[in-house]
Design a protein around this ligand. Structure first.
Ligand code: ADP
Length: 500
């Protein structure tokens, strides 16, 4: 039986899962890596730590599986998107910490580009918007703030990559500098119509083309691993950004199918088929995936910066829980949030509001408010953001979704999923395999290795774990939504200048 190794490089941890050809996991290894917050609003990772952690999990998963490396038919990579690494081609060393997708340091730089003409040009070409979230202004920041970086980049000595490219480069011993189309389309440098890097965008952000990786489909031959890493050379046959990978892993392969992932952030994606649907309601148009030899498939996406990470803040920032799952016990100890609303704009607002100057707020506190109310309000805050996304998505697509598939670490919370069904007034369906992000990348690798014959082949691996039916009376839901929207207004435009 052929096995597939999926490298799932998330925002907070690296995971390697080995799947058999039926999509059943046979071994998993996962380790967190360090988050760096040098000043408020900045988020960095050490790219070498990510690489070493990822390689460690590969070795551990292989050992745990008891398989020979030669039994791995192919490797798929999925990764946190938009995060920027710039490294020296000669040494393979990063010139600076990676700047993470949540990082807001380029909010003021964005304001500099923000004219109606540029907004229009950028959104027409990329399906995205001018926002610090995406890679372009982060690359420009590195070129402008690291000594000698711009000159070195112009001389062709530096390489840029999102984490997929960074891992691929090191997996192949520095011989392949490539990305895939689902990661490329999140940089603000990729043209959705041509499927290539765009010269007008490169000149707008002043980024030398020589730094950029080659763009490939998500399922194709990317290269082989250096034999030293796992004991033998293994083909790398899949590469796909984490959210698109979850959409694929959830088998949302028909137009109109959607999923929400509750990881560090929350991401609602809907398959729009071979058509790019432009949003009128603050959503993004993005490439969902491309299998070699076939047309690209697109998606509408709503991205929220703080999902499960808000729960981590309860643990690490407030210290009111010891571990993420404890939030469920604490929040269940009260019947409701007691009028407390937590707006999780810790890193500004993503879709559909888009305000890098917004900050999180806790509103409606009284003398009776307790940590349990705050915990419950945090879960509600995560779910309420998703309600706004779903509304925007239905308006853009003209489709009414009767159900949403869910996944990601925080989807393990029954309480959060029930709150979500109640506030969405939609059925929430959780699959048995919650590791759909890793599964999507292994499907991509399996398609290129011939383990699967076509995409349709994959739908039989989706199995239901639990369905959450909405049970909240309409009047209560509407009241909660009204209070939420009032609270969102009060969180907007909170900081007035760039954090120093
Ligand atoms: P990523 O891939 O973005 O690193 P994951 O999908 O691994 O994220 O999800 C991790 C998030 O899920 C964390 O932010 C954590 O707070 C949350 N989480 C994990 N387990 C639970 C749980 N049982 N209940 C609620 N939240 C959880």
């Amino acid at each position: 039986m052929p096995y597939l190794m999926s490298l799932d490089e998330g925002t907070t941890s690296c995971r390697t899962i080995i799947f058999d050809e039926n999509g059943q996991s046979v071994a998993t290894s996962q380790h967190e890596f360090q988050q760096h917050f040098p000043v408020p609003g900045w988020v960095e990772h050490d790219a070498e730590e990510i690489r070493d952690t990822q390689f460690r999990t590969m070795r551990e998963a292989l050992e745990q599986s008891g398989l020979q490396p030669s039994e791995i038919a192919s490797i798929g990579i999925t990764n946190q998107r938009e995060t920027v690494v710039v490294w020296d081609r000669a040494t393979g060393k990063p010139i600076h910490h990676a700047i993470v997708w949540q990082d807001r340091r380029t909010a003021d730089a964005i304001a500099k580009y923000d004219s109606p003409g540029n907004q229009e040009m950028v959104s027409r070409a990329t399906g995205l918007r001018l926002d610090p979230y995406f890679s372009a202004t982060k690359i420009a920041w590195l070129l402008d703030h690291v000594d000698g970086a711009r000159a070195a980049a112009e001389a062709g000595r530096l390489a840029f990559g999102t984490i997929d490219s960074w891992l691929l480069w090191h997996l192949t011993g520095g011989s392949v500098h490539a990305t895939d189309i689902s990661n490329a389309c999140r940089t603000l440098l990729f043209n959705l119509k041509t499927g290539q890097w765009d010269d007008d965008l490169l000149s707008l952000f002043d980024i030398p083309r020589s730094m950029l990786p080659d763009i490939r489909p998500c399922s194709c031959q990317f290269g082989t691993t250096e034999a030293g890493i796992l004991g033998t050379a293994i083909p790398i046959g899949g590469m796909i950004g984490d959210q698109q990978s979850a959409l694929f892993g959830q088998a949302c392969i028909e137009t109109g199918m959607a999923k929400t992932t509750y990881g560090t952030g929350c991401f609602l994606l809907m398959n729009t088929g071979e058509e790019v649907v432009s949003s009128q309601h603050g959503l993004l148009s993005t490439v969902a995936w491309q299998v070699e030899g076939q047309p690209a498939v697109y998606a509408l996406e709503g991205s929220i910066f703080m999902g499960g990470a808000s729960i981590q803040w309860l643990r690490d920032g407030l210290g009111i829980i010891d571990s993420a799952p404890d939030v469920n016990t604490l929040a269940s100890s009260v019947p409701d949030s007691g009028g407390v609303t937590l707006v999780p704009a810790f890193a500004g607002f993503g879709a559909p509001v888009w305000d890098p100057y917004a900050r999180a707020t806790i509103q409606g506190l009284t003398r009776g408010s307790t940590s349990a109310h705050i915990a419950r309000a945090t879960l509600e805050g995560i779910a309420l953001q998703v309600v706004d996304l779903l509304q925007a998505m239905e308006q853009d697509s003209g489709l009414q979704l009767s159900q949403v598939r869910v996944d990601g670490g925080a989807a393990a919370s029954d309480l959060l999923m029930q709150i979500q069904a109640d506030l969405l007034n939609r059925v929430v369906r959780r699959p048995r395999v919650l590791e759909t992000t890793a599964l999507g990348a292994s499907f991509m690798a399996g398609l290129s290795a011939g383990v699967y014959s076509d995409q349709q082949d994959l739908t039989r691996y989706w199995a239901l774990d639990r369905e959450f039916e909405p049970a909240l009376p309409a009047a209560d839901r509407q009241q909660q939504l009204r209070r939420w929207h009032k609270a969102v207004e009060r969180s907007k435009n909170w900081i007035e200048e760039k954090p120093s």
